[in-house]
Design a protein around this ligand. Structure first.
Ligand code: CA
Length: 420
């Protein structure tokens, strides 16, 4: 095969999230075969074990067995000295710099995305959900306590978070069953047990921990990014009526732990390096352990689409990860400042990422402002919260100087509550 023609055969669409600058990692089954580690270029998945067996991933420290697991945990635990080399090697093989022989072998490891079913990229030992968007905290606080008391006194001093449920984190495409729970009716003082009527999404990003720290040690803001393997889109499905009744005094529980949806591809921090930006300046003096030098935010455009059962789709939110007040480095420093040990595969979600304008709010609660401004849908109906049959699709990508690095989708369709 002529090399130029072969490279054209890759046919990466111009606006693909999965350009040669990305090279994310995921787990999937190709044609129903054994689960394996994959990467992605355009509309093709790359079978990493195939590359390894063909001798194209001759990288010190890389163990081929880690490429044939049900999750990426052991691969990630090899460390960035190995995983970064794998990513760079794939970029080389797909480029015009590789030899014809290398390229032809490389192409044999490619399969169409349609032949592949993606599964959870990691087994998640622990999941933490932060609350790091000031706009979101302010909006929700304003609704429940009024604008004067919107932010709690601690909010500008620390990245507030709670420990969530790891077992119910599911990969994009998994249907989401409407939860039932205790709900206090608007008129009344006795709770009822019923399907949630105020089902919502939360537009978040989550980082995947790539390196463990021993119990009793902490991670500084300057060390933190070395412990972050990469990012995924994260939908923290929320039942607002269950949440509202149960949350005091210990915080979210059954209103949150029925499901969270992630995108299947972990985009590495290296791939996001060109999109690093300065975050907002602190509004209060920070304790030394939360201070950080240099830019630690990332300019990633984020979108939420709602697709109706008839297939019509509308974009209800356009936000950006750079709007977060607290950076991932600050979140990780705070998480471990007491000696808490992080484990490889842990997920830390950002909290709902709302921007400054009403079309950038990252939840239905805010977009429809507590059901006072229902959102118009393409079929003439409106939404204040999600209906059965609605599909929520999170999308996100960074783009600069012709480089695009994206996350694909994190989607889930609402199924009716089970009759009991
Ligand atoms: Ca959340």
């Amino acid at each position: 095969m002529n090399s130029v023609r072969a490279r054209e055969a890759l046919a990466i669409p111009k606006n693909s999230d999965f350009s040669i600058f990305n090279i994310p990692f995921g787990i999937g089954k190709i044609n129903g075969q054994q689960s394996r580690a994959l990467s992605r270029l355009g509309n093709a998945v790359i079978d990493l074990h195939h590359l390894f067996s063909a001798g194209l991933l001759d990288i010190q420290g890389l163990n081929g067995e880690t490429l044939l697991r049900h999750n990426l945990n052991d691969f990630i635990a090899l460390g960035k000295s190995v995983t970064s080399q794998v990513r760079k090697r794939i970029q080389y093989l797909a480029s015009t710099q590789s030899t014809d022989e290398e390229f032809q072998t490389f192409v044999r490891a490619l399969h169409p995305i349609e032949s592949t079913s993606m599964t959870m990229p990691v087994e998640v030992p622990n999941y933490t959900d932060f609350y790091s968007s000031k706009e979101h905290a302010f909006n929700v606080g304003s609704m429940f306590r009024g604008p004067d008391k919107a932010l709690m006194p601690n909010w500008l001093h620390m990245p507030v978070a709670y420990h969530g449920r790891a077992s119910s984190i599911v990969v994009s495409g998994t249907p989401i069953r409407r939860p039932r729970g205790q709900i206090l009716p608007p008129e009344g003082d006795q709770p009822v047990f019923a399907p949630s009527r105020l089902l919502d999404f939360e537009l978040e990003m989550a980082f995947v921990v790539g390196k463990a720290n021993p119990l009793g040690t902490s991670i500084s803001t300057s060390e933190a990014e070395d412990y972050i393997f990469g990012l995924v889109l994260f939908n923290d499905w929320s039942a607002r009526d269950i949440q509202k009744w149960e949350y005091q005094p210990l915080g979210p529980f059954l209103g949150k732990n029925f499901a969270s949806t992630v995108s299947p591809w972990i985009v590495t921090l290296e791939a996001l390096e060109p999109f690093r930006v300065q975050g907002p300046p602190p509004e209060k003096p920070l304790l030394p352990y939360l201070q950080e030098k240099g830019p630690h935010h990332f300019d990633i455009d984020l979108f939420v689409d709602i697709q109706l059962p008839d297939g019509s789709t509308t974009t209800v939110c356009h936000s950006n990860m750079k709007y977060l007040y607290w950076s991932m480095a600050q979140q990780l420093a705070h998480h471990t400042v007491n000696g808490c040990n992080m484990q490889v595969g842990d997920m830390c979600a950002s909290g709902t990422i709302s921007g400054p304008t009403p079309d950038s709010y990252g939840s239905m609660l805010e977009l429809a402002w507590r059901a006072t401004r229902p959102l118009p849908m393409p079929d003439g109906s409106t939404r204040s919260f999600l209906h059965d049959g609605d599909t929520v699709i999170l999308r996100g990508y960074a783009e600069r100087n012709g480089m695009r690095v994206g996350f694909g989708h994190a989607s889930g369709t609402i199924l009716p509550a089970i009759e009991i």
